[in-house]
Design a protein around this ligand. Sequence first.
Ligand SMILES: *Cc1c(COP(=O)(O)O)cnc(C)c1O
Length: 494
Amino acid sequence: MRYRSTRDIEAKEYVTAAEAIKRGLAPDGGLYLPEGTPELTAADIEKLCGMTYSQRAAYILSLFLDDYDKAGLKADCDGAYSEEKFPGGAAPVVDIGGGMYSLELWHGPTCAFKDMALQIMPRLLVRALRMTGEDKLAHILVATSGDTGKAALEGYRDVDGVKMTVFYPNDGVSKMQQRQMTTQEGNNVYVCAVEGNFDDAQTGVKKIFSDKALAEKALEKGFFFSSANSINWGRLVPQVVYYVSAYCDLAASEKIKIGDSVNVCVPTGNFGNIFAAYIAREMGLPIAHFICASNANNVLTDFINTGVYDRTREFYKTMSPSMDILISSNLERLLCRIGGEAVTKELMTALNTEGKYQAPEDMMAKIRAVFSGYCMSEEETAAALRKTFEERGYLADPHTTVGFGCAEKYRRDTGDNTPIILASTASPYKFSADVCRSLGLPVADEDDIEGILNTLSAATKTEIPAPLARTLTLPVRFTEVVAPAKMAEIPFRD
Ligand SMILES: *Cc1c(COP(=O)(O)O)cnc(C)c1O
């Protein structure tokens, strides 16, 4: 299977999966996409139903990463999705009533869905370095709105041949997220706060990636830059797996029959998670419709409804910070899949120079045929969180709640009652202060993380996840804050 950049109009360069994973971003600034999509028939799905999560993952990864050794991929999946890393199973599906199924993707080491990809991606990268004969060190740069950073740090800590720097917006992450990152263990990792919001951090990282002089300077020092953000194909392809897995679980438990349609609702930020579901649909998984759920930063809702993507708007800090994003990088992949490289390049150039673009109407018609966009205000999210807990007995984090609320709006608007797989993206304990406030529980001191966790646990009779409890016992290692203009200096320090 060959990969090509979303901006490579003339089909100048095709690369292997290993090369795409090693590079992250394509040299022309585009994102890699596979040429075509491997097919998943009803018979394949039936076969997958009888497999463990790790077997399902190995099966699907080997279709996309066909230059990788199959036995090697199986070993990587076994390591990544082990009982030790994901106690009780990697991606359980919970029936929350009314034909809604919560696909809980947060049972890994950092309690957010990013673990699903970032536990395996380092293994894929190390193999890619070996397969491409690379002898230099990979320095991975990550811009994070909170969850990616910690998940990447856990995935890459003490991996040979790799170093990592994580940048997070100084005031844009929850106390727990910040604590998780600043206490990170491992000898090859560095964590740094950036003055500004997530887009400032992401723009800073993108600038480093596209700076040829910096790339040369790095090579002289014996390393090159790579990414772990969801712009990397190695992040996206493991995410395809859990949609297939959820479908299999629903079929195996006789909630649906193989061949039945489902809808998928994803609380969306960078558009990576929902795009992975779109790829699952391209493969042949019977997904009828996608609900793209946003918080008050509803740039995607507006895009789907109007065809205009406009990032020049007010930025809101919400209680679902991992979705506080104005530039949804992976939307570029959908544009390319639907409209081709030439249009994509044109629109991305407009986004870079003017901060907005208008997609052609024929493209929008195709997008709207499969995607609906909805958004939730802060007040709506708080009310929905409480209602979901009180009426369904289900405690969801604010991101998942945004998804849940948007799924309800979609049903109300359309009357479409197809079963919905809702991507549940984080443990409520990662955002416990806002969860407590939404439930009407007192939060006396925002900095008293432990007290808040205990309040939530006592009031809801649910358990504090072990990895979060452990974080509270670790010393803080990283305290630096930099201006965006200074970010590029950090990887060059000794
Ligand atoms: C990253 C994240 C999201 C958004 O996912 P994208 O792939 O960026 O769309 C949603 N919820 C949580 C908890 C996250 O960590």
